[in-house]
Structures are given as C-alpha cells and as structure tokens.
Design a protein around this ligand. Structure first.
Ligand SMILES: Cc1cc2nc3c(=O)[nH]c(=O)nc-3n(C[C@H](O)[C@H](O)[C@H](O)COP(=O)(O)O)c2cc1C
Length: 160
C-alpha cells in the first residue's frame, strides 16, 4: 500500500508542510509514503498510489500552475484513479488569502479523477485539509501528521 504526498513549493513553506504530512503516513505500518514535488512526480506514481495528498502555495486564491499542470498532463490515466483516497493542503501569505479555495481547487481535480475525498480528521480540525500562513507552526505540524495518518489508515481499511 502506498500514499503519495505531492507538492509544489517555490520558497519552501509547502514543502515543509508536505514533510510533516509524510511523517503521519509513515506512522502507519504496511503503508509506504512517497514524497515528491511536481517536477519529480510521474504518472506511474499516481497509478501505483492508493491515496494522494497534494498541496500547493496559494497563488491568486487557487493552486499554483505547476500542480494544475500535473493534473492536466496526467488526464490520460484518470480512469485508473477511481476510488483512491484524495486529500489536500495549502500554505498562503495572508490570513484570508485563499487557503480553503486552494484546497478546494485541488479537491475538485481529485473528484474529476474519480477519487474519494477526505479532509483532516476531527482529532485535528475536522475541516477541509491542513493549511497555514507561511511556514507551519507546531500546531499545524501536529495536524499535518494527523492528516497523513488518516489517509494511510483509510487506504489500509479500503484495501483489507
Ligand atoms: C505568484 C504568487 C501568487 C500568490 N498569491 C497569493 C494569494 O492569492 N493569497 C495569499 O495569501 N498568498 C499568495 N501568495 C503567497 C504564497 O501563497 C505563500 O508565500 C506561500 O506560503 C508560498 O509557498 P512556498 O514557500 O511553498 O512556495 C502568492 C505568491 C506568489 C509567488
């Protein structure tokens, strides 16, 4: 079983959040975490994963073009993505800068890939995913681990 943690990050904030999420995935026995940036990810990574947690900086209230480009380019394998788990994360510059709208933009892509969407668990915030302004603080890091763990546990449940 495998979970892909995919991110685009220009100045490192979203990468740091991705690394925290990956820690949560790695806590779950029998689930392998693959942590990749948008420039490293392949179609094979999508097909071989049972869950994908994707994140982006907020760019004009939506996901960065680099992450959208991955979804656009991989459209050919869309039919192989049905019923995999999808979740999202984002970092922004401003408090009301568009974290949720960015998360929703990623979730929209996952829906169109036929995936099953989850937010962060009730033991975290019980909302859309994990997000922060700038670099993740201690609480965001804790919530990121919980999101990663939730997706990995769900993958395990679905596969058993
Ligand atoms: C082209 C561009 C557009 C951005 N648009 C927004 C925005 O709409 N709202 C916001 O809060 N921050 C915006 N930001 C700030 C980034 O979302 C923020 O600095 C983010 O944490 C950067 O992530 P990174 O370090 O992973 O690259 C923008 C930054 C850039 C470069």
């Amino acid at each position: 079983m495998r979970v892909l943690v995919l991110y685009f990050s220009k100045t490192g904030n979203t990468k740091k959040l991705a690394e925290e999420i990956a820690k949560g995935v790695n806590e779950v026995k029998d689930v392998k975490c693959v942590l990749k940036s948008t420039s490293e990810v392949t179609q094979d990574d999508f097909v071989k994963s049972d869950g994908i947690i994707a994140g982006s900086p907020v760019y004009f209230g939506t996901m960065a073009a680099e992450l959208k480009d991955v979804f656009d380019k991989f459209v050919g394998i869309r039919r192989q993505m049905g019923d995999k788990i999808g979740a999202a994360f984002a970092t922004s510059g401003d408090e009301t800068g568009g974290k949720e709208t960015t998360i929703i933009s990623i979730i929209q892509a996952f829906l169109i890939y036929g995936m099953i969407i989850v937010g962060d668990p009730l033991e975290a915030t019980g909302h859309y995913g994990v997000a922060c302004i700038g670099t993740p603080d201690e609480q965001t890091a804790i919530n990121a681990v919980k999101l990663g763990r939730r997706v990995a546990l769900l993958v395990k449940k679905l596969k058993s």
